[in-house]
Design a protein around this ligand. Structure first.
Ligand SMILES: Nc1ncnc2c1ncn2[C@@H]1O[C@H](COP(=O)(O)OP(=O)(O)O)[C@@H](O)[C@H]1O
Ligand SMILES: [Mg+2]
Length: 250
């Protein structure tokens, strides 16, 4: 199997938040991971990237169990780019991972240029990441992952903290990555993030309740993707808040 997991469970303390999850993902697939807040999307992506260890079961990459060695091939993009940015300049931030694995200087420069051009951040090499917009920060986070040449990219609601302009910038990068044939799983509530998706995996209370084609998912009305919340009040508050953010950002 290219990428996936078998009988995967995960517990925070005594609470089981992933229950017997089985997934098989092929190279080049672009998959949407959906589910209400608290359904386990972030936990699943963190376990599948090796950030968290399974309670039981296994994650596989190219028929091997995920371990310290091969997990470098799985890139994880945090929901909040602030959690991922460590460099004092854009260039340093992208260089960080490469320095850690001892990539020669010449190759490093080429790879950094390549990654920054994919996310459209060329020209901002010497900028302080703190001065970037939300969309630019998230694109920087993507560049720092891309530069490591991952074979799978896991994105955890990468547009949820961004204004409409920032969201749009990320869609454009995602479209580019799809064209490049990257294997991507994206957790999202934004229908536009899921536009190019073929396959949807839906989680509820840590269990897979749907895994199949997007059209079938929508026609069966399994869950309301656009709304991360279950109750009417939560939905209403969410909408009002989002509207306020959009207005403030205009
Ligand atoms: N660090 C943590 N410690 C304890 N419980 C957690 C932690 N992170 C998440 N949880 C719980 O695990 C469940 C799944 O959370 P999460 O994976 O963040 O879901 P989602 O990303 O779909 O919102 C939720 O019930 C959440 O409260
Ligand atoms: Mg989450």
């Amino acid at each position: 199997m290219f990428f996936g997991c078998e009988n995967l469970s995960f517990k925070y303390g005594n609470v089981e938040v992933l229950k017997n999850v089985n997934l098989e993902i092929e190279k080049g697939e672009f998959i949407g991971l959906v589910g209400y807040n608290g359904s386990g999307k972030s936990t699943l992506l963190k376990v599948m990237s090796g950030i968290l260890q399974p309670y039981s079961g296994n994650v596989y990459f190219k028929d091997k169990t995920l371990d310290e060695k091969n997990r470098i091939k799985i890139g994880y993009i945090f929901q909040n780019p602030e959690n991922q940015i460590i460099g004092v300049t854009v260039e340093e931030d992208v260089a960080f991972g490469l320095e850690n694995i001892g990539v020669p200087r010449e190759e490093m420069i080429d790879r950094i240029n390549w990654a920054l051009s994919i996310v459209n951040l060329k020209g901002l090499e010497h900028a302080d990441p703190n001065t970037l917009s939300g969309g630019q920060k998230q694109r920087l986070a993507i560049a720092s992952i891309l530069v490591m040449e991952p074979e799978v990219i896991l994105m955890d609601e990468p547009t949820s903290m961004l204004d409409p302009k920032g969201r749009n910038e990320i869609y454009n990068v995602i479209k580019k990555l799809i064209k490049m044939g990257e294997t991507i799983i994206i957790a999202s509530h934004q229908p536009s993030d899921l536009e190019e998706v073929n396959r949807i995996i839906a989680l509820d209370k840590g269990e897979i309740i749907f895994d199949g084609l997007k059209d079938e998912f929508y026609s069966k009305n399994i869950i309301d993707v656009e709304l991360p919340f279950k109750t009417k009040l939560e939905k209403e508050l969410h909408f009002r808040f989002q509207k306020l953010v959009d207005e403030l950002c205009q």
